[in-house]
Design a protein around this ligand. Structure first.
Ligand code: SAM
Length: 296
């Protein structure tokens, strides 16, 4: 990880948050597709490899996964089911989604997900986001056993959330929230008494020294598994690109051949207890093989 990870919480990725809290997922997933968003393509197969290794190390058959800053549950959907990120987003671009209601969208999704093949590890998934509509939608489609609309950056977790976190084996976060909100990360890990593994895929430049400090303070060692950075999404403008290059460089990243090619780049970080930091060569699914977006 870059040793010069900044301490500030400045946001530099343009935020499209008008799509974050709609009654259903269509505008968010259509926005991701239009922007050429590819973080899930690269990160989620690695998240699945991490889950497989966690199950091997701890002899778990029904791990409990917590999807932090889950939005409408795309990470959980891709971890649970045999569907690629591209195929998942393409589905919402179909014309039949144009003129239906939010309730009809939820019903279509629930039926579709129920008949999709599951991945071999039958984890149980719960999620949290500040966007109450997004969490309710994910719960309504059956993706989450429990959904929480809470802001643990500002407040302590509720008793129900605390109980759910106490049963959690793996925390996943795709985006940057775990790094940008170290207070939330600390509350998450404080309540997660099973010492879960944590895997994140922040945009380069959004990593925060405070977030790595929080992980270490909770007894976790953090590494990248030797995985290379991967494209997160295309830049919207030359201004956005210039900002991203400056911030990634200031954080200690080499940007030539990465951000200079026209996309934000992201990086996988895994945090786990040192005694469980097994080499990837022992893993049932090698994360290096799946990180370029192939199906695991
Ligand atoms: C870039 S989106 C990523 C969503 C999802 N993880 C994905 O991979 O598509 C960032 C998410 O963080 C959520 N968020 C912002 N502040 C948050 C907070 N304090 N706690 C939890 N989620 C938050 C937003 O509502 C939004 O859903």
């Amino acid at each position: 990880m870059p040793s010069t990870a900044p301490k500030s919480t400045t946001k530099f990725v343009t935020i499209f948050d008008d799509t974050y809290n709609q009654p259903d997922c269509r505008s968010y997933y259509r926005m991701l597709r239009a922007l050429g968003y590819s973080n899930h393509t690269h990160a989620v197969p690695v998240f699945r490899a991490v889950l497989a290794e966690l199950c091997r190390v701890r002899q778990l058959t029904e791990p409990q996964v917590f999807d932090f800053a889950s939005s409408y549950g795309i990470v959980s959907a891709l971890m649970k089911h045999q569907v690629s990120a591209d195929a998942f987003l393409d589905r919402y671009a179909e014309k039949r989604f144009d003129a239906i209601s939010a309730d009809e969208t939820r019903t279509l999704d629930r039926d579709w997900l129920a008949q999709l093949s599951r991945n071999s590890i039958k984890g149980r998934f719960s999620g949290l986001d500040v966007a109450a509509h997004a969490v309710a939608f994910a719960e309504g489609t059956g993706l989450f056993e429990q959904g929480f609309a809470e802001d643990i950056q500002e407040n302590d977790p509720s008793s129900d959330l605390t109980a759910c976190l106490a049963q959690t084996d793996l925390i996943v976060e795709c985006g940057s929230v775990a790094h940008l909100m170290p207070r939330a990360l600390d509350r998450l890990l404080r309540a997660a008494t099973r010492k879960p593994w944590l895997v994140t895929s922040p945009v380069r430049g959004n990593e925060r020294a405070e977030a790595f400090d929080v992980m270490r303070d909770h007894g976790l060692v953090v590494d990248t598994l030797g995985l290379p950075p991967f494209p997160h999404r295309r830049f919207e403008s030359t201004d956005e690109q210039a900002r991203a290059i400056a911030i990634a460089r200031a954080a200690g990243h080499e940007t030539d051949g990465y951000e200079t090619t026209g996309s934000f780049f992201a990086q996988i970080y895994i945090a786990r207890p040192e005694a469980e930091a097994t080499p990837v060569t022992d893993w049932p699914i090698n994360p290096v093989d799946v990180s370029q977006g192939q199906r695991s």
